[in-house]
Design a protein around this ligand. Structure first.
Ligand SMILES: [Zn+2]
Length: 86
């Protein structure tokens, strides 16, 4: 059990649980406020899950855009830049 300055009343989850919940979170399907609080709490503490969430959010936006009007090569270039920027 970790101690210190964690907010009281929020249960710690590990990276596996956070990643399992990531897509539900991104799709807006994480309805349970307690689950949502745990997930966001984990992101505040975990740089790797935070980066991953940022990346998935950006990818989702790029893919939505590309479905409309972006050429695939352009998308790949943007993805490479995005990944290098992490
Ligand atoms: Zn994590």
């Amino acid at each position: 059990m970790k101690s210190g300055n964690d907010k009281p009343g929020i249960e710690e989850i590990d990276c596996m649980e956070a990643i399992n919940g990531l897509y539900a979170y991104l799709d807006g399907e994480m309805k349970d406020p307690e689950t949502l609080a745990k997930f966001e709490h984990h992101l505040e503490h975990c740089q790797s899950c935070y980066s991953r969430t940022q990346l998935e959010t950006a990818l989702g936006q790029l893919i939505n855009k590309s479905a409309k009007d972006t050429a695939p090569e352009k998308l790949q270039t943007r993805l490479k830049k995005l990944i290098q920027g992490l």
